[in-house]
Design a protein around this ligand. Structure first.
Ligand code: PLP
Length: 380
């Protein structure tokens, strides 16, 4: 079976984890600090705070933005469910906006239409690595005095207008889950340009503790801690961070390799008129965290049948990006909400394998199988 994704982990990551395990410091210690510094340097952000996942990063981003009970946050429904969940964690309400069917990213006009007196923030998502139009959302947030939060779970190494994602706004949340471009097993990072946010995020990720373990360990005198506010255990381990440091060194190479594979797919599949391929307009640079194809109505084979047939040929795929409002956990509160563009896009798209390194013969097999299945099917 050709897998849908595979993390690129080598002996270097294994050795780094091994060394950290034997170093005696295995959680939120020197390796986490080093990873944070290197990540901030990579993205060009002032500060980077490591946490246990992107979900926990987003939760903390909500808290430091002052979002709570009764507030509304606008976000796309067509995203992984963690995007909407983090809004609910603080007692606020996600208000779902439509997406642009070509980029899969939140539609700025629809987001603006959904602003009410209760709206406190817009949570944009750089879906499957393609940057959203950050400047458009910055302008809307400025106009209505809203906070802007970026869900960049999939977008490490992507760029918007020549600048790396992570360096455009005050709260940008990343994931290092194995389906992402670089991985630490699980893990997350928040980049920010605000010293105030940086301080508070560091407190919140460790139970609100005024003295962290490292400070106490390195102190020449006895230190007693206080717990300044309700916090969480959202720590990243040093084992994860040591893997992350190695992964970061390879990030640009991995992105480059992913882009080459994406380009091969685009060149080979563009002759199929009944599918829509990803587009990257000027100023947008995707890391191709995933490669999604939209199956048009004119296609002789439907999306689900295509998934079945590819599976039979040994090719793993995934349905298109989910819509949160149609999941059981949301159905009741969404009260029959209809988002026709998101639903249609989600129901008719498919994600095909893309990982590094990918064997040339596997890429070619995927291309030829797709061509055969689509071009040689008969529409009934
Ligand atoms: C858009 C988006 N946001 C958030 C997350 C959650 O990331 P994590 O698994 O690191 O919590 C994901 C993970 O797939 C995602 O795709």
């Amino acid at each position: 079976m050709i897998p849908i994704a595979k993390p690129y982990l080598t002996e270097e990551e294994a050795q780094a984890a091994h060394d950290t395990i034997l170093s005696g410091w295995i959680t939120q210690g020197p390796k986490v600090s080093e990873f944070e510094e290197k990540f901030a340097h990579y993205t060009g952000a002032k500060y980077a705070v490591a946490v246990s996942s992107c979900t926990t990063a987003l939760h903390l981003a909500m808290i430091v933005s002052g979002i709570g009970q009764g507030d509304e946050v606008i976000c796309p429904s067509m995203s992984y469910i963690a995007t909407a969940n983090c809004i609910k964690y603080v007692g606020a309400q996600p208000v779902f906006a439509e997406v642009n069917p070509e980029t899969y990213n939140i539609d700025a006009r629809d987001a603006e239409r959904k602003i009410t007196s209760k709206t406190k923030a817009i949570l944009i998502v750089h879906q499957i690595g393609m940057p959203a139009d950050i400047d458009a959302f910055k302008a809307i947030c400025k106009k209505y005095s809203l906070k802007l939060i970026e869900d960049a779970a999939c977008a490490v190494g992507s760029e918007y207008k020549g600048i790396k994602i992570g360096n455009h706004s005050e709260l940008v949340c990343f994931s290092f889950h194995p389906r992402k471009v670089i991985s630490t097993g699980d893990g997350g990072m928040i980049t920010t340009s605000s010293k105030e946010y940086d301080n508070r995020l560091r407190l919140l990720r460790q139970h609100g503790m005024s003295v962290n373990d490292r400070l106490r360990h390195e102190s020449k005198k006895v230190l007693f801690e206080d717990h300044l506010e309700l916090g969480y255990n959202y720590r990243m381990t040093d084992i994860q961070a040591s893997v992350g440091i190695q992964q970061l060194k390879k990030l640009d190479w991995i992105v480059n390799e992913r882009r080459k594979i994406a380009q091969k797919y685009i060149v080979a599949l563009k002759e199929i008129e009944c599918i829509r391929l990803p587009i990257e307009v000027e100023g947008y640079f995707s890391n191709y965290q995933s490669f999604s194809i939209f199956i048009k109505e004119t296609c002789p084979i439907g999306r689900n049948e295509l998934i079945e047939q590819l599976f039979k040929k040994g090719i793993s795929t995934r349905r298109g990006i989910m819509t949160s409002h149609r999941e059981t956990a949301y159905k009741l509160t969404c009260n029959g909400l209809s988002l026709p563009i998101s639903e249609y896009t989600s129901d008719n798209s498919i994600i095909i394998p893309l990982y590094v390194p990918m064997r040339e013969e596997d890429i070619n097999f995927i291309i030829s199988t797709l061509k055969n299945l689509i071009l040689n099917s008969i529409k009934f």
